[in-house]
Design a binder for this molecule. Structure first.
Ligand SMILES: *[C@@H]1O[C@H](CO)[C@@H](O)[C@H](O)[C@H]1NC(C)=O
Ligand SMILES: *[C@@H]1O[C@H](CO)[C@@H](O)[C@H](O)[C@H]1NC(C)=O
Ligand SMILES: *[C@@H]1O[C@H](CO)[C@@H](O)[C@H](O)[C@H]1NC(C)=O
Ligand SMILES: *[C@@H]1O[C@H](CO)[C@@H](O)[C@H](O)[C@H]1NC(C)=O
Ligand SMILES: *[C@@H]1O[C@H](CO)[C@@H](O)[C@H](O)[C@H]1NC(C)=O
Length: 486
């Protein structure tokens, strides 16, 4: 009896201490985490978003039952009174900059006082019944929320400042819980010390520009069957690197954005990839009757539903990324159909009238004008390490979620950066962040002195530079805003 009790205790201990999962979300929506704000602590959920920078929280009731940050109840809140705003490709909000105590209970770091945006008004931003009330932006300062003479330091920058470190963070996204439950789960970790553990990252891609996590995506293609792939790899493909494609993919920018659902491709490439997939499905129409997968599924993001879960046996999607080790090297993420055919809903309920079951899927790819966005669809089944200060993102396969693979590195004979016209990676430590902090500092000191007059042109330059309008439009979240009514 005692033995059994001990075993039980041990098991419970293992479950409690073992690597847990602190991210969750409804199907089709990004992954969120629980956060405590202010004193007394208020529990809220925020999306972990690598596509924006500012911690932004709803501070007004949008609908009955929706939670929000009740700022007047927090005794530790400091309100700057300064107006700030953010605009996404769809949706926007306005609010004020405040600072308060922020704690993420599932992380092993203490609470910090951090800047945040309290949202007082929004348009097409929040989603009805989504289970989240804000965003935890994890990108760099130049794409933070903006306002006149305001710089909203990110939560990670506050962590860095308090702990005197350069924090990195890891996202492990696992996808749906089970065939009968479409809610997804994952884990978010912050590493504050460099000796944390051996992270064993073999594949790293450089952050080309420290605003969003801008990376070099060299191609997105449908992998033919395994044998063909072997023939293609390394020899034909690498030597005949499709320069035209990689220029198109990175023409505006390519970003890694956990706040976006789909993989978004420039129009022409989206067509190309989808046509290849359609062709495979048509050729194997015994498995997927074409009268069920309608064109709207491929072209207009419509869901396709079946009474039982589907085993997708479509080819993998390959995403080639520039390697951080050499400008003549790349590696390949091989994404199975379980990633790019997303589970939109899964119902299996048995009542008195029998069992009602419906399993719906949506294409995890979309066309997006000129941009490339690797949304969380491209990350499930992988673990990504974002080394913010060093400016690279590491990839490894993970122990949960779809069976994504990584291959490479593959060598090519020419410089990828120049043939694909990528920006040269910045090696300097967080230039933009330093510049922005500097600007504030310089302004407050100098303002009191006669020097202001002499330095006026420089000050103006410093002030204006970190906050140009054109860099503020985050693409994050656009997939989430359809149902908003606030
Ligand atoms: C929002 O959610 C509530 C409660 O879940 C529901 O009653 C209402 O119809 C929803 N509104 C929209 C626009 O979906
Ligand atoms: C799916 O799993 C989550 C988390 O375990 C749970 O809260 C939720 O009720 C489940 N949904 C269904 C439909 O079973
Ligand atoms: C981030 O990069 C720096 C510099 O290369 C390195 O010292 C540090 O260990 C890295 N952090 C993590 C968590 O890998
Ligand atoms: C759905 O539920 C029924 C009855 O509870 C069960 O027999 C069936 O296996 C379930 N289907 C799936 C796909 O789990
Ligand atoms: C690729 O190039 C690296 C040096 O940059 C070399 O060490 C490696 O052996 C090469 N790999 C192949 C498969 O040729």
């Amino acid at each position: 009896m005692t033995k059994m009790f001990l075993v039980l205790c041990l098991l419970m201990f293992v479950f409690a201490v073992g690597e847990g999962y602190n991210l969750f979300g409804e199907a089709g929506q990004a992954y969120s985490i629980e956060i405590n704000l202010g004193l007394p602590k208020q529990k809220l959920n925020v999306i972990v978003d690598t596509g924006s920078t500012t911690l932004a929280i709803a501070s007004y009731p949008r609908r009955e039952h929706d939670r929000y940050y009740e700022t007047n109840k927090s005794t530790t809140l400091e309100d700057s009174g300064m107006q700030i705003q953010a605009k996404y490709s769809q949706g926007n909000w306005v609010g004020r900059m405040v600072s308060d105590q922020v704690e993420i209970p599932s992380l092993n770091i203490s609470q910090v006082r951090a800047n945040m945006a309290i949202i007082t008004k929004s348009h097409k931003f929040f989603v009805n019944g989504s289970g989240w009330e804000g965003l935890l932006g994890l990108a760099y300062l130049p794409v933070g929320a903006w306002g006149e003479h305001v710089i909203v330091e990110s939560w990670l920058d506050s962590v860095d400042a308090k702990l005197q470190t350069s924090a990195s963070f890891e996202l492990k996204l696992c996808g749906p819980r089970s065939v009968n439950n479409a809610t997804h789960y994952g884990n978010f970790r912050v590493m504050v010390s460099e000796t944390d553990e051996d992270l064993d990252i073999k594949y790293r891609t450089p952050v080309l520009h420290k605003r969003w996590y801008e990376v070099g995506v060299l191609s997105v293609r449908v992998l033919a069957n395994e044998t063909e792939k072997v023939i293609m790899d390394d020899k034909t493909y690498a030597q005949g690197f499709n320069v035209d494609m990689c220029r198109k993919l990175n023409h505006q920018k390519s970003i890694v954005d956990s706040g976006t659902t789909n993989i978004r491709l420039p129009d022409a490439l989206f067509r190309q990839v989808v046509n290849q997939l359609k062709k495979v499905v048509q050729e194997s129409n015994t498995q997927y009757p074409s009268n069920i997968i309608l064109d709207n599924f491929w072209d207009h993001a419509e869901a396709a539903c079946w009474p039982e879960p589907q085993q997708w046996s479509l080819p993998r999607l390959a995403i080639d990324l520039l390697s951080a080790d050499s400008d003549r090297q790349y590696f390949t993420l091989e994404i199975p159909p379980q990633n790019y055919i997303r589970v939109a809903s899964a119902h299996n309920s048995s009542g008195e009238s029998g069992t009602v079951s419906e399993f719906c899927y949506k294409l995890g790819l979309e066309a997006g004008g000129g941009e490339t966005v690797l949304g969380y669809t491209a990350m499930e089944g992988l673990t990504l390490l974002f080394n913010r200060s060093a400016g690279w993102i590491g990839f490894k396969t993970s122990d949960c979620g779809p069976d994504a693979r990584i291959t490479g590195p593959h060598n090519v004979t020419h410089s990828i950066t120049s043939s694909c016209q990528l920006i040269t990676p910045i090696t300097d430590m967080a230039i933009s962040i330093k510049a922005a902090q500097w600007a504030l500092c310089v302004i407050s000191i100098v303002a009191a002195t006669v020097l202001i007059y002499l330095l006026a042109p420089c000050v103006k330059m410093l002030l204006v530079k970190p906050l140009p309008r054109s860099t503020q439009i985050s693409m994050s979240q656009t997939a989430l805003v359809e149902q908003d009514i606030s």
